[in-house]
Every structure is written in C-alpha cells, then in structure tokens.
Design a protein around this ligand. Structure first.
Ligand code: AMX
Length: 388
C-alpha cells in the first residue's frame, strides 16, 4: 500500500467497539472474502486443503508454493530444528492435570523459549513450528497421565506423523488420524491479520518480546470461548444434539434459539456463505466416516440449522462455519475429549502467526518493522483531582 489515502473515518461510535473494522496495518499472508473465505497468499483455501502442512508453512513464509526441490530442502530444514529439550517433560510432569490444555500449551511454548531463543525472528518462528509436533504429543501424554514409555521423537517423520508417533494411541487408525490432522492444520493456519490471537501476538512482538512470549500470548488469546475455544463448544453441542433425525434436530435447534443459546457451528462475522473450510471437512467426512454418529448429526444440522437460522433476517449468515465439522472428524479418528480441540487450532496458528510476526518485525516498512503498538484511548469519567 503506497501513498497517503483516507481509508476509514473514525467516529465516536467506533470507541469501545473492539477496533472492529478499523484498518491498522497490512497482512502479507492471508485475506478473507465474504464468499470464498480465507485465502493464503492469494490462493483460496479450498485449493490448498489437500496439500501437506509443511508446504503450506513454506507458502506462508515465502509467499510462493514450493517446487519439489524447495519442498524437500524446507522439510530437511524443519527436521534439523525439531528437537525438544527434556525440560519440557519435567515441566509438564508438574502441571495440574485439571488445567485446560490451552494453558498447558502456553506454558509449553514459554518453556521452549526459556530453553532456546536465538533472538532472530524467523529462526525462532521456524524453530517453534518444528518443535510443535513433539510439544503437542507430550502435552497429551502428560496431561492424560500416560507419561510412561513415551517413544523417542523421530525427526525423519513429517510434522503430523511425529505427533501421532509421540501420542502412540492404541486401537486407532494412525493413517486416518494423520490424514484428518493434516487437513485440519492446513485449514486453520491463518485467517487474516486482525483476529484476536494473531493481533495479540503481533502486538506483544511489537514491544520486541520474543517470538515464544508473543506466541504464548497468542495462545492465551485463542483460549477464550468467543475465539478458538468455539471448536470445543461445537462438538459439545453436537454431542448434546444426540440425534440425526431431521425432525428431532429441528426441534432441538428451535429450543436452543428460544432459550437464547447459540446454535454452534453456524454464522460468521465476515463470511456470507458456508465457510469453504467447513465444505472441505464435510467432503472429507463423507469420504472417511459417512456412518459416524456425530458426522450424521452434523450432516443433518448443516441442512436443518441453516434453514431455521435463515428464518431470522437479523442473522447475516445462517450457513455452517469452520467449527461445525472439525470436532466430529477429530472425534472419529480418536480424539474423544473436546477440551483438547483448541490446542490443534493453536498448533496450526503457530505457522500463520509466526509468519505474520516475521513480516511485521523484519519485512514491513522496508525491513524496519512496525513500531510498538500504541492505539489511543480517550479518558472517560475522570476529572482532574488531587489527593491533598
Ligand atoms: N445462533 C444463534 N444466534 C445467532 C447465530 C447462531 N449461530 N448467528 C448469529 N446469531 C445472532 C447473533 O447473536 C446476533 O444476535 P443479537 O442481535 O441479539 O446480538 C444476530 O444473530 C446477528 O448476528 P450476526 O451479525 O449474523 O453475527 P455476529 O457477527 O454478531 O456473530 C458469531 C457471529 C459467529 C459470533 C455468531 O454467528 C455465533 O454466535 N455463532 C454460533 C457460535 C459459533 O459457531 N462460533 C464459532 C464461529 C466461527 C469462528 O469464527 N471461529
């Protein structure tokens, strides 16, 4: 963006509105349109959904998809960065097991930063991305009390394979788990510059806190029920629906609305169509688990809830959002406890937020980076007074 153009007029009505819609910067990794949802570096998300997560991380950092040779070099580079220090085990073994997994994730990221921060924005962002699979696996293992016989990390594996390998769940189809998680990561890596967790991470980094401290802050922001934790709430909602019979689902949806409760998995602040990330996950579910009970429920909800919500003209978008299907898929492949779901969201976002932090700190403004964030607040209900 060049020149000095008027972009927006700020009026007193914008105060205390959560900066909603107020332009504050530029984003080089992704943008969101009302009809096609998120695009990474210009590519509609639906076209990227089948790619390997490593290739999409490359895209977010380099703004181009890799050719075969660059993809291989990048994978080898990530592998060389992936080793997680043993102190993570010591820290995780002392955390309260009833603590929310997102709090564990934040502590884990901070611990990685205390062990090894280079101070180079890109190095630290890539190191963290490479260490996330093992960190995530250990998080599950220690919090579930399965700390015995954890397999050694195998850095020759892909990122998702390393997580699945560390998790080492019995009686699950590991290939199915890999496929669903790979798609999940790609779909959730980035969503523009102004969502709360991304904005928070960039704001913290603007004061030159480390990538790790900034990312831990992002995860804390993501943990809120109005933000990332909506995907946990969504599967809890599906489990409460408990039936795929269209008449019963309709009665349930109407009762929720009458009780002034949200119909989870529907609606969006920006999108005005079904979120393509939901469409992709519905297609994945039709292929991988069409007879799964929860999948049958969301298939019915997709039609029934959309129809019922569309009766209310106040609702700008009655269609399914990204959170409708991810929980059913994660549940199907073996993740039965929805309290963990936001950690997958966080794992994915480390890539997008990491790339955006690098852009803001080392690329924008001809490499000078943005200054420390300092929006203006106007004094309210404070007249000058003195203690004596
Ligand atoms: N169920 C019930 N009411 C809904 C609704 C839904 N799914 N979607 C919108 N509404 C209501 C809003 O609460 C609002 O009511 P109000 O006027 O009494 O405040 C009215 O319809 C108009 O809302 P809107 O302009 O269409 O959407 P919004 O930007 O205010 O809210 C969202 C967007 C996502 C918070 C809302 O659709 C919602 O609560 N959905 C259900 C929860 C959910 O699935 N959250 C995950 C969203 C995906 C994501 O961004 N991670």
């Amino acid at each position: 963006m060049t020149g000095n153009k008027d972009l927006f007029t700020v009026t007193s009505e914008h105060l205390n509105s959560g900066l909603r819609g107020i332009p504050v910067g530029t984003c080089r990794t992704s943008f969101v349109t009302p009809e096609e949802g998120v695009h990474y570096c210009g590519y509609p998300i639906a076209e990227l959904a089948g790619l390997e997560p490593e290739d999409v991380v490359y895209l977010l950092f380099n703004k181009e998809l890799p050719d075969e040779a660059s993809a291989q070099v990048f994978r080898t580079d990530l592998q060389s960065r992936g080793a997680v220090p043993r102190s993570i085990d010591a820290v995780f073994s002392t955390l309260p097991r009833h603590g929310h997994p997102m709090d564990w994730l934040s502590v884990g990221i901070h611990t990685l930063g205390m062990e090894d921060t280079t101070g180079d924005w890109k190095e630290d962002a890539l190191n963290l991305i490479a260490r996330m699979p093992r960190l995530m696996g250990l998080l599950f293992r220690y919090r579930e009390g399965r700390s015995a016989d954890i397999p050694d990390d195998d850095l020759s594996m892909s990122m998702v394979e390393r997580f699945v390998h560390t998790l080492a769940l019995e009686n699950v189809d590991r290939e199915l788990m890999r496929e669903v998680l790979s798609a999940y990561l790609v779909l959730h890596m980035d969503h523009g510059g102004g969502n709360l967790s991304t904005f928070t991470g960039k704001a913290i980094a603007s004061g030159h806190a480390t990538v790790y401290a900034s990312m831990a802050g992002s995860m804390n922001a993501l943990s809120g029920p109005l933000h990332g934790r909506a995907n946990q709430s969504c599967l809890e909602f599906v489990l409460r629906v408990g039936t795929s019979d269209p008449d019963e689902v309709e009665a349930f949806v109407r009762a929720e609305l009458a009780a002034k409760r949200p119909v989870f998995g529907f609606g969006h602040a920006v999108l005005r169509a079904e979120d393509p990330r939901a469409t992709v996950q519905f297609a994945l579910g039709e292929r991988l688990c069409p007879d799964d009970e929860n999948f049958k429920i969301i298939r019915t909800l997709r039609e029934v809830a959309q129809r019922v919500l569309a009766e209310n003209p106040k609702i700008s978008n009655p269609n399914a959002n990204v959170d409708i299907a991810s929980g059913a898929l994660l549940h199907h492949v073996g993740f039965k406890d929805p309290t963990y779901y936001t950690t997958f969201f966080g794992w994915a976002r480390v890539a997008g937020i990491g790339a955006q932090i690098v852009d803001e700190r080392a690329v924008l403004r001809d490499g000078k980076g943005t200054p420390i964030y300092r929006p203006k607040y106007i004094a309210e209900a404070q007249s000058l007074r003195h203690v004596v």
